[in-house]
Design a protein around this ligand. Sequence first.
Ligand code: AMP
Length: 546
Amino acid sequence: MPLLKSLIQAQPLLISSLIQYAAQYHGEREIVTRTINRDIHRTTYAEVYKRTQQLANALEALGAEPGDRIGTIAWNSFRHLEVYYATSGVGCVCHTINPRLFVEQLIYIINHAEDKFLFVDSSFVELVEQLSISLEGVKGIIVMCDQEEMPETTLDNTYCYESLISGHEDRYSWPIFDENTASSLCYTSGTTGNPKGVLYSHRSTVLHSWCASSPDTLGICNNDSLLVIVPMFHANAWGTPYAAPMSGAKMVFPGPHLDGESLLELIEQEDITCSAAVPTVWLGILQYLKKTNKGLGILERVAIGGTAAPPIMIRTLQEEYGVRVCHAWGMTEMSPLGTTGTLKKDSLSLPKEEQYKLQEKQGRGIYGVEMKIVDDDGVELPRDGVAFGNLMVRGPWIASGYFKREGGEVLDSDGWFPTGDVATLDAEGYMQITDRAKDVIKSGGEWIGSIELENVAMEHVGVAECAVIGVSHPKWDERPLLVVVREAGSKVTQEELLKFFLGRTAKWWIPDDVVFVEELPHTPTGKVLKTKLRKDFAAYVLPSLS
Ligand code: AMP
């Protein structure tokens, strides 16, 4: 029997509709930016929309064609938002580039993406000068500033953003095309090998925005004043610049100023109600709060992800500052939302300690992301909160492969994407990451999850940051080593820390030793670079063996 076709309008889900909606229904809602020179710049959705249309006209005049990739090397700002919408809106692909990558990686990425134009903040002009000789297809560089702010540069074909758009009409008729058209491109930072490009579609972006707006996830809504801390060059700032216009939430961009003091100033002055960032940023804010005895204004809730949110951070934010924490997990390949840690109705009646145990997990399954865990042979493992295995995901905002098919076929025959994370799933749908598959410590044929050990160490007042890695052991193959950055002024010792683990984790999981370092190496997205740590400690001999 043939299926019966519906009689519902087949209107494609296009990114241009998000900003168009915000301008029409929430035109006066503010978009605030702390600029590179620290000034506060204020505009509105209506104004941003006009300028986005000017930019769309300017792009066409420059010769940008549908499908062209257009790079950005920029901090979070209203101009970056305009570039997001204008590029995708005209049918080009907005390629956000992480300026913290090494020069060789930047050159690789820009050439691999075949970026035709680059939009860069004035503070990155020098960086682009370093790259320019190796850039193959870039036809023009647009510096995102006023004419007076234009830096001197040796670059050819540079344009000033404001001069470029100023002569153009603030009306543009957005083309209607297939919602599966590519809209933006983001390269994974890749600790080994070349970065790989994740190519999002208009459809995946709009669906993901709806997801981020749901009260059970980030819950971005019209009453919110959202501080967009996650960089717009990291997984599209977790999709928030697309989700906020969907409800007309106020957006506040901190520019490059991500220190505790600068962020707190915005939280207080702009009546921020919600925000999202990696743990290191919250750590900076908490340290500043402790020093100054200040509070977090009317901030209601924050999402923490990117790496595991230390349990102590969740407690401190909730108990001392009255801010609800949503522990979230995801990946660039997942747009990035995968799970969010809002508690289910039944979980809310559990004793506080049990609720905290759930919040320490990376969140629970959300509509749109199917999850399962499998063993090394691909056999599904039970959802009992105990068994752990390779986490596989499937859904309409999850990558089906990498740009230009780098890395070959990534999905299995049933369409599941291997996340590279090792996790448990419980019957209620809560998911807990125990490790990245490549960071798992293999001891005596069993696995030790480094995240749990790091969480325990972070509870100690003397620990500012830490990482647990496996070091070689003749009998057990590998044993855990705890690498610690002490809290300023702390003199915590190895013995004290090892004792601290007693009763807090399985005895055989307790690290064999502790080393103190001044700082830990980080990836360009703020995760601890464990490959480097493992290399640094490759020849490390545990005290029990020396
Ligand atoms: P990225 O694509 O740079 O966002 O990195 C994605 C990876 O970050 C995931 O595969 C996880 O390994 C890690 N990650 C993200 N969120 C969390 C979290 N809440 N807890 C632990 N690891 C996380």
